[in-house]
Design a protein around this ligand. Structure first.
Ligand code: SAM
Ligand code: SF4
Length: 523
């Protein structure tokens, strides 16, 4: 069977399930969004920012009106997947705001509806396809509605044809590399009878360094420092969907952070599939002119007045150097939170995954972090049931989890991605076997997380207050510098402030506390 056949097989299976659910009427009924005023989109402009030679977008503010024949057409984007996709949706909202769109209340009052899809696990693809099928009736109630599918799934070879066959009513399909072409794509989707398809294999040279973004919220912001991934882990579809590593120039990143500070944002998260590889493609790996992730962290830490907290994700243990840990330890605003995906505790599985580090090297990195930043919070991603994983190999993952004592972990069953090397490997585990291992792993990790949280009771942490807790009028929530969620009695006036909170109760994933009135020494 060719690679192409494998990919076809994979999505075929999902499409069949969704199609069957549509036939059976077992897809959930369409939830109707609340009717009411639409939201203003703040495009997050960068007008003050014109570093020499930096490419920016030119956007026609009349485009939305021309396309839909009315002022302030409404857009709704449904986003699936990781922070990259969420931030891409913010960028698309930003571009559309500059074209004259406003945010719809939900899908049912939109003039333009986009599905930003994720392909990393089969369940994510199923979820997106289910939702696209579920919203089909909107095309009948509003024939002028433009519907598009974008993001990672269309980047997977052979899938555009399937999406078209499955959802023939779509107006537009595009990928991850050409979101800057959104204005012309939507114009074409309006004027052409056939589904407009525009999926690029890689990011072109015309990809702008600066893109507008209408961010969710006004306290915390994602800032992309690099696109793509060069690692090619054998289970992962991301290098196919996101292409090769491409760093943004540091001047542009710094200017974006400074603009966010000017707009009142308090926290930024530097974003990339492997932030520790930052700069290699632009500034070289070693020697004169080299400028790496640690240097970027230092630069931003020193030059971002107004920003209180700096985070970064995701890390790759292979590229995380001791020098970077030292720079992070020195940087005042950089938070003590390290998301260090390990994937497996077994050297033989790590080799089959092509992770390019072994258990000992990973533990050496954890050791540097604990030595230089003793109160660091360390979290991880783990995959169970990789092809051929034996009980002994799985036990090594359990023992690594015990040894590192992670504060939290995202734990996944291996999901076969057609076209990746792992999909061709022998000895696949059955779903019940994978489930059973996942269950055992979760039991160990959850016990550790709870014990770590219980040890926090009585200590005082600085909390950046994000708002009211799920609509309760007298409880607020926020996060420690280590990224642990804390709720405590308080009101809306605390929003955006960093306040000392004493922990009074621990759960597995979250903490409860109380505001400390008098000055104290922080944990
Ligand atoms: N670049 C990041 C890294 O290397 O850690 C991860 C990106 S990926 C979107 C997030 C996580 O999804 C990975 O760390 C991995 O644990 C999980 N993942 C990726 N491919 C997977 C697959 N085929 N099956 C199950 N989990 C997968
Ligand atoms: Fe996927 Fe590996 Fe790249 Fe992470 S580092 S995005 S897991 S290929």
């Amino acid at each position: 069977m060719t690679q192409k056949d494998h990919k076809a097989d994979d999505l075929n299976h999902i499409l069949d399930r969704v199609e069957q659910m549509m036939k059976d009427g077992t897809l959930e009924l369409l939830p109707m969004a609340e009717q009411g005023a639409t939201e203003d989109l703040t495009p997050g402009g960068f007008d003050h920012l014109e570093p020499a030679g930096v490419a920016q977008m030119q956007i026609d503010p009349e485009a939305g009106r021309r396309i839909h024949g009315k002022p302030e057409p409404r857009v709704h984007i449904e986003t699936f997947g990781c922070q990259m996709n969420e931030h891409d949706s913010e960028i698309m909202y930003g571009i559309l705001a500059q074209m004259g769109y406003v945010k719809a209340q939900g899908p049912d009052d939109a003039d333009l509806l986009l599905f930003n899809t994720c392909a990393v696990r089969e369940s994510a693809v199923e979820h997106a396809f289910g939702r696209i099928g579920q919203l089909k009736p909107l095309k009948y109630t509003n024939p002028d509605l433009i519907i598009g599918v974008c993001g990672c799934v269309p980047q997977v070879e052979g899938q555009v044809e399937r999406i078209k066959r499955m959802f023939p009513y779509l107006d537009l399909i595009f990928g991850t590399h050409n979101i800057h072409r959104l204005p012309e794509l939507v114009e074409r989707a309006r004027s052409e009878r056939e589904t407009v398809v525009d999926v690029w294999e890689s990011m072109g040279d015309d990809f702008p360094d600066i893109l507008p973004a209408a961010r969710e919220g006004d306290l915390k912001a994602w800032v992309t420092i690099m696109y793509g991934c060069d690692k090619h882990c054998t289970y992962c579809i991301v290098p196919t969907t996101r292409g090769k590593e491409r760093s943004r120039p540091y001047e542009v990143i710094l200017a974006e952070v400074q603009e966010l500070a000017r707009q009142g944002f308090k926290e930024i998260t530097l974003l990339g599939q492997n932030v520790n590889a930052y700069g290699k493609d632009l500034y070289g790996r070693h020697g004169e002119g080299a400028f790496d992730f640690g240097d970027l962290i230092e630069l931003i830490d020193r030059n971002s007045p107004g920003i209180e907290r700096i985070r970064f994700t995701t890390n790759h243990p292979k590229d995380f150097t001791r020098k970077m840990v030292e720079q992070i330890a020195r940087a005042e605003k950089v938070c003590e939170w390290f998301h260090l995906p390990v994937q497996s505790g077994s050297d033989s599985v790590l080799r089959r995954m092509k992770r390019s580090y072994n258990r000992k090297q990973y533990l050496r990195l954890v050791g540097w972090i604990r030595e230089l930043i003793p109160d660091a919070v360390i979290t991880t991603d783990i995959i169970v049931g990789f092809p051929g994983e034996t009980e002994e190999e799985f036990q090594e993952t359990l023992s690594l989890v015990e040894e590192v004592q992670y504060d939290a972990a995202f734990m996944f069953m291996y999901s076969e991605r057609a076209g990746t090397p792992a999909a061709q490997m022998e000895d696949r585990l059955s779903v019940p076997e994978k489930k059973e291992r996942l269950q055992r792993l979760m039991e160990v990790q959850n016990r550790i997380a709870r014990a770590k949280n219980e040890a926090r009771v009585g200590k005082v942490y600085d909390i950046l207050v994000e708002g009211l807790d799920k609509g309760k009028p007298d409880v607020v929530f926020g996060r420690t510098r280590g990224n642990i969620l804390v709720t405590f009695p308080g009101d809306e006036s605390l929003r955006g402030r960093i306040v000392p909170v004493r922990i009074t109760r621990a759960g597995t994933w979250t903490l409860e506390g109380e505001l400390v009135e008098s000055p104290v020494t922080l944990a």
